[in-house]
Design a protein around this ligand. Structure first.
Ligand code: PLP
Length: 426
């Protein structure tokens, strides 16, 4: 029996309608930007395996460090104990994060990094003796799949079955070009209406990922952050997708002048090797919990908090960010994307092309309009899988989000396949 046949008898896949989905492809090996299935077919990973893989599959440096860690210390509880890789990781993250960040809280994935951020923000006010219980978020946001993260995410199909149990959130418009004023106006009206009840504003800086790689400008976000700052609203940058070079800088937050109070990280943090989440906070946040009063403790943690193997993968990945080569590659991918965007302008079946850093998104014109459930999605996906390229469109939006180690030629071959598809199919 093939891997995929055995799989279908026992597994349940994420975001997959098991009845109608294609059989999963059994991947047995990865190398650089390529994955290989059980029959030896290669697939170019144009989306970094759900946006996590920044340094290529089976990266030799990360593999070596992780193997060493496994043979030294695989795990230790993180209350009352610490270990070298957690300390090293926190020290190194604080060197590259925006200057105001001063503490690192570790967890297991992006959703938990967001949960931690939300709980920290709410308890911050509680510890200061102020009851503030409203969070502000953008329409269409995606912050993860646990209940808190779902609550601050846009109210769409993903959260519909749970909607009655999600906590109330104030949504404002994303300040995409043309909507900047509406967005600021809504925020100001909200402040007027809710007065001192607004605890925090959570946002995906510059790019809303899962809702279709929606992009907006730093100046527009800066304006909102400035309003938050002057009204005592904490700011939470969800950099789970945008962190670690994705947007061309280490963190997207570097494009703005106002530093966030809290930053959520995951995905690229280990180069795509291990599950790890991190939430950083400013000294001011931390100080509100630092007390002789036990009730001001941050009561949150996971069994695998600060797992040494995951921390060693993250440290190994940071070694690679210390190499100039990585940033040269990030720049080169951005420039290649820009050239590709020029090739696309004027093609009839394209509604919009947008790009920032290593991400480029192509929104297609379709009869059904823009939607995650656009019928065109499956045909696009199948087409590219048939060509040995993993592109997983968000509805009618095709995007490329490659590992930074992808070669110029491999990236070019993805562009060529997209152009060919657009010429023939769309
Ligand atoms: C993927 C993602 C999350 C959730 O991370 P998981 O590791 O999948 O739980 C949260 N926020 C953003 C912006 C993401 O892209």
């Amino acid at each position: 029996m093939s891997l995929s046949e055995r799989d279908l008898k026992v597994l349940w896949h994420p975001y997959t309608q098991m009845k109608t989905a294609r059989s999963p492809i059994g991947i047995v090996r990865g190398e650089g930007a390529w994955l290989y299935d059980e029959d030896g077919n290669g697939y170019l990973d144009a989306i970094s395996s759900w946006w996590v893989n920044t340094m290529g599959h089976s990266n030799p440096h990360i593999a070596k460090e992780v193997a060493e860690q496994l043979n030294t210390l695989e795990h230790v509880l993180f209350a009352g104990f610490t270990h070298p890789k957690a300390v090293e990781l926190a020290e190194r993250l604080l060197k590259v994060l925006p200057k105001n960040q001063s503490r690192i809280f570790l967890s297991d994935n992006g959703s938990t990094a967001v949960e931690v951020a939300i709980k920290m923000a709410l308890q911050f006010w509680n510890n200061k003796g102020q009851q503030k219980n409203k969070i502000i978020a953008f329409h269409g946001a995606y912050h993860g799949d646990t209940f808190g993260a779902m609550s601050v995410s846009g109210r769409g199909a993903f959260v519909a079955p749970f909607e009655s149990l999600l906590f109330e959130v104030e949504f404002i418009e994303v300040p995409t070009p043309g909507s900047e004023n509406a967005s600021s106006r809504q925020l100001n009206e909200l402040i007027e209406r809710e007065k001192d009840n607004l605890a925090a504003f959570i946002y995906e800086p510059l790019i809303q990922g899962a809702s279709g790689m929606i992009m907006y400008e730093p100046e527009a976000l800066d304006a909102l952050l400035t309003i938050c700052r002057s009204n005592n609203i904490l700011t939470i940058a969800d950099e789970v997708m945008t962190g670690f070079g994705r947007t061309g800088k280490y963190f997207a937050s570097e494009y703005m002048t106002v530093d966030p109070d809290i930053i959520c990280m995951s995905k690229g943090i280990t180069g795509g090797t291990m599950a790890l989440g991190a939430t950083s906070s400013s000294a001011e946040m931390y100080d509100a919990f630092y007390s002789d009063d036990k009730l001001k403790t941050f009561f949150h943690g996971h069994s695998y908090t600060a797992n040494p193997v995951a921390c060693s993968a993250a440290c190994a990945s940071l070694d690679l960010y210390d190499e100039e080569e990585t940033w040269v590659a990030v720049d080169r991918i951005g420039k290649q994307h820009q050239k590709f965007a020029e090739r696309l302008t004027g093609l009839a079946n394209i509604k919009d092309v947008r790009q920032r850093g290593t991400i480029i998104a192509i929104e297609l014109n379709t009869d059904g309009g823009t939607s995650y459930f656009s019928n065109i999605r499956d045909s696009i996906y199948d087409h590219f899988i048939g060509k040995g390229i993993i592109l997983r469109p968000l509805g009618n939006i095709i995007y490329i989000l490659p590992p930074y180690i992808i070669s110029e030629e491999d990236l070019q071959s993805i562009y060529d396949a997209i152009i060919e598809f657009l010429d023939n199919k769309a």
